[in-house]
Design a protein around this ligand. Structure first.
Ligand code: HEM
Length: 182
């Protein structure tokens, strides 16, 4: 039996797929971002790297927006009964912060890329036009914010994953299995 939607007890396949698609993409974009900014001008990836990073970043924005809409019409299951109140509050805070960081990272990435008034080409499918282009020192400040927030997000994700592993291996509950749709 395939469960597309979440119910009070389990995550459905849509929420599970979106969770892991976003997770893999975020780690991939972080690694690509660090790698491409260290490349030499004469490296062939000096231009390809940012093209992939920006295209994937814009698609990720659409996917995270869809994920949030799906979450609004189809709320996640209730926390497991064994979880303490503080654990539930902390998990909820971490989830909210991850969504906020994701959007702030994507907005700052947009502001870096469009600071020179050029649109972002997304896989050659469509373009996202430049809008805000004259903030003081826009490219450098947005670049700094983008890197700092992305590093904070990765730190938070590591804590989030550690919490999930603690529930699995120490508390031996279904928290981790649920985000695999079990
Ligand atoms: C960039 C990486 C990740 C992001 C942005 C992320 C984000 C989130 C968010 C926002 C939720 C809340 C459910 C929802 O709103 O759909 C969630 C749930 C969950 N995530 Fe992640 N996650 C990431 C990686 C991981 C990893 C690596 C693991 C495990 C090793 C993991 C384990 C879980 C579990 C177990 C839940 C369910 C928690 C519950 O039922 O309360 N996540 N994740």
């Amino acid at each position: 039996m395939i469960y597309w939607k979440n119910n009070t007890n389990r995550y459905g396949i849509v929420a599970v797929s979106l969770h892991w698609l976003v997770a893999v993409t975020v780690f991939g974009l972080f690694a690509l971002g660090l790698w491409m900014t260290g490349l030499d001008y004469y490296d062939s990836w000096y231009k390809h790297g940012p093209w992939w990073h920006k295209s994937i970043g814009i698609v990720l924005f659409l996917v995270v927006t869809m994920r949030l809409c799906w979450r609004l019409i189809n709320p996640p299951p209730a926390a497991l009964s064994g979880h303490e109140v503080w654990e539930k509050k902390l998990a909820h805070l971490a989830h909210t912060l991850m969504y906020l960081l994701l959007f702030a990272i994507m907005v700052s990435g947009y502001l870096i890329s469009t600071a020179d008034n050029r649109a972002i080409e997304v896989f050659g499918w469509f373009e996202v036009p430049a809008t805000i282009t004259s903030l003081p020192n826009q490219e450098d400040i947005a670049g700094w914010v983008h890197l700092v927030l992305a590093s904070i997000l990765i730190g938070l994700v590591v804590l989030h994953a550690a919490a999930a592993l603690k529930h699995h291996f120490i508390d031996r509950d279904r928290t981790l299995m649920r985000i695999f749709g079990r």
